[in-house]
Structures are given as C-alpha cells and as structure tokens.
Design a protein around this ligand. Structure first.
Ligand SMILES: NC(=O)c1ccc[n+]([C@@H]2O[C@H](COP(=O)([O-])OP(=O)(O)OC[C@H]3O[C@@H](n4cnc5c(N)ncnc54)[C@H](O)[C@@H]3O)[C@@H](O)[C@H]2O)c1
Length: 328
C-alpha cells in the first residue's frame, strides 16, 4: 500500500482523500495537512490518516504526495516534493504565473526524472476520451466550441483568475484533443455580469488558433448562477462531434423535458477524478508519472497568461520555450 500525504483538504482535497480511502486500490491516506487544522483533523479522522503540523511533515512522512492547496501554493509545495524525491499528483494549475511554472520544470529537469503528474483530470474523463477517439471518423478538426460555466466563482472573481484557474482546463484539454499547440490567443470582453467586481470581466470569450490553424473558442463564465456546465463541440471536415457527459439522462415527465445540472465539478467529473487517482497510484507503484506532465502545465500557464494579457493588449502570439527532452 502506497502511503499518500495530502496537502490541502478543502473541496477537492477532501474528495480525493475519501476516494483514495474508499474507491482506489493500492494506496492509503497516511497524512494530511491543511492551514485550517480543524479541517485537516476532520478529514484525517474520516479516512484513518494522521494530521500533520506542516507541509514539510507530510512530505517527509509519505511515499507520495497529493497537492490540493490553493493555486498560488502549488509551485512551492511541488518544489518541496521534488527536493525530497517524492512522486506528486499536483492539482491544476501547475502555477498561476509563468516564472513559478518554469521554476518547477527546471527543478524536475535537473532531477532528470518525471515525478509530477498534473491534475488535468479531463484527460481521464470517459466523455473526452470518447470524443478524442471519434475525431478521425469525421475528418479533421476545423473549430472547437467550448463552454465552461460555474454557478459561482469559487475563489473570488478576477478576469486573469478565470483564465489561469478555470479556462486553463479547456486550454489543456483542447491541446490534448487536437494533438496540437497554440499559436495565438485573444480574449474578448463584453458587458460584465452583475457579480463581476469593478474592472473585472465575466464572461470572457477566449479565441485561440493552433499551429495547424484550428480555431478553439471558449466561453468562460464563472458566475452563471444556474449550475456547473461544460460542453465541447468539435466541428470537423466531415461531421460534428458533441461531448457527452455520460451521467445525466434527459427526463421527460409532467410536461417537462430536461436534465439535472450539478452545482459543482464533483458531480460532472467524478469518474474522471477516480480514474485519474487510480492511474496515478498505478503509475507511482511502477515508478512512473501519468497524465499531464509539467511541460503540459507550463504550456497551459503560458497560454493562460498570454490570454490574460490580451484583455488589455490585444491578440498575443504564444511563444513556448524549447521542450526539454524529459518530456519527449
Ligand atoms: N481538477 C479540478 O477539476 C479541480 C477542481 C477543484 C479544485 N481544483 C484545484 O484544487 C485546488 C484546491 O481547490 P479547492 O476547491 O479544494 O479549494 P478550497 O479553498 O476548498 O481548499 C483549499 C484548502 O487549502 C487550504 N490551505 C490554505 N493554505 C494552505 C497551505 N499553506 N497549505 C496547505 N493547505 C492550505 C485551505 O485551508 C483549504 O482547506 C486549487 O488549486 C484548484 O484549482 C481542481
């Protein structure tokens, strides 16, 4: 049994802890840490783990570490894990800023071994896997339309935060779907929804082009009130594919036809989180990493930051550093 330490036991850290304890094989949650000690103790009690007094104690005492703290802490905590040679599943984003993301990549490259798997869990979602597999059956992609709506902004609303925290999922998953990198990005703003603080925009329309000329368009709307919803439609040369959610049936009864809409991502992506955790444990036991790499995280953070700059400075080119050999 792999002894896992979890840093951050909020929404997703708690969900991962429960899933590792009850649904995933090959691992046990041994240690948890949260800046809110009561929260950590509650989760520790629920999963039979011990509450640590610092992230350092988690890293020193565990065989592998899951980072689920706020975005701004991911890079420093990932560096702590790399220093100790611990395999890591780091929640997305790798970091909100490009400098921090590059620092993590430099440390992993120096180590010469991929220890970090990045929590872009949509790569494990049955819906996205089916969508990717179906693309060759309808020719080659021309445009991808994406919608990412949250009922409320979970960590406060800033335009750049929407890009580096929420739309970064689409930035990663479209690159993975298309096996292509981005060439340009432009964000279009309009009349802000009522919950947007002064000077911030919501929704945002993100328009990217890839190096092969595919247009990727993302509506990112984080105060949509009605629920959490993600859609993706791939328009190809010989047909159109729509992402299925695999969960919610259309119900016709009482004169109404409709579907339930989850309030949070946990409802829509439960299978993806579980598969991601199982894949991470299996890979770690084999001495490997899985899913999105630090390189994927660096590309996503560079792209999200270029998108944020485009709000004030207009269309941006996406310039990537050389890809280190470690990331194939
Ligand atoms: N992959 C996904 O779909 C997905 C979904 C949700 C959240 N996330 C990511 O997971 C991270 C956590 O999100 P959340 O929704 O659980 O947030 P949250 O606010 O519910 O939880 C964050 C937790 O971190 C704790 N914390 C604060 N400072 C800390 C520190 N120094 N060390 C350790 N813990 C500390 C907080 O007390 C809180 O309990 C974010 O980076 C978010 O982007 C990813």
């Amino acid at each position: 049994m792999l002894r896992i330490g979890i840093i951050g036991t909020g929404n997703i850290g708690t969900s991962h802890a429960r899933s590792l304890a009850a649904e995933v094989s090959g691992a046990e949650v041994a240690w948890v840490y949260d800046a809110d000690g009561a929260r950590a103790s509650e989760v520790a009690d629920a999963v039979g783990a011990r509450a640590a007094s610092s992230p350092e104690e988690v890293v020193a005492s565990s065989e592998a570490v899951l980072i689920a703290s706020p975005d701004a802490l991911h890079a420093e905590q990932a560096l702590l894990c790399l220093d100790a040679g611990r395999p890591v599943l780091c929640e997305k984003p790798l970091a909100p800023t490009v400098d921090e993301a590059l620092a993590v990549m430099a440390a992993e490259v120096d180590l010469g071994q991929r220890l970090i798997s990045l929590g872009f869990m949509r790569r494990f979602d049955p819906g996205y896997l089916a969508l990717k597999a179906a693309i060759p059956s309808v020719g080659s992609p021309l445009i991808v339309h994406n919608v990412h709506r949250n009922a409320f902004a979970p960590y406060g609303l800033t335009s750049s935060g929407t890009l580096t925290n929420s739309a970064i999922h689409e930035i990663d998953i479209n690159r993975w779907l298309l096996d292509d990198d981005y060439a340009t990005v432009q964000v279009i703003t309009g009349r802000p929804a009522p919950d947007a603080p002064p000077g911030e925009f919501d929704p945002l329309l993100v328009v990217l082009t890839t190096t092969s000329g595919v247009i990727v368009e993302i509506e990112a709307f984080v105060t949509a009130h009605y629920g959490y919803e993600v859609t993706c439609q791939v328009v190809c040369t010989d047909g159109v594919l729509d992402l299925g959610d695999g969960h919610y049936v259309t119900r016709t009864a009482g004169g109404v036809r409709g579907q339930a809409i989850p309030e949070l991502w946990l409802g829509r992506f439960g299978d993806a989180y579980r598969s991601e955790l199982q894949a991470w444990i299996d890979a770690t036991l084999r001495g490997a990493a899985c899913g999105a790499s630090v390189w994927d995280g660096v590309v996503a953070t560079i792209t999200a930051n270029a998108a944020a700059r485009s709000i004030t400075d207009g269309p941006q080119r996406i310039d990537l550093p050389p890809r280190p050999a470690l990331y194939g």
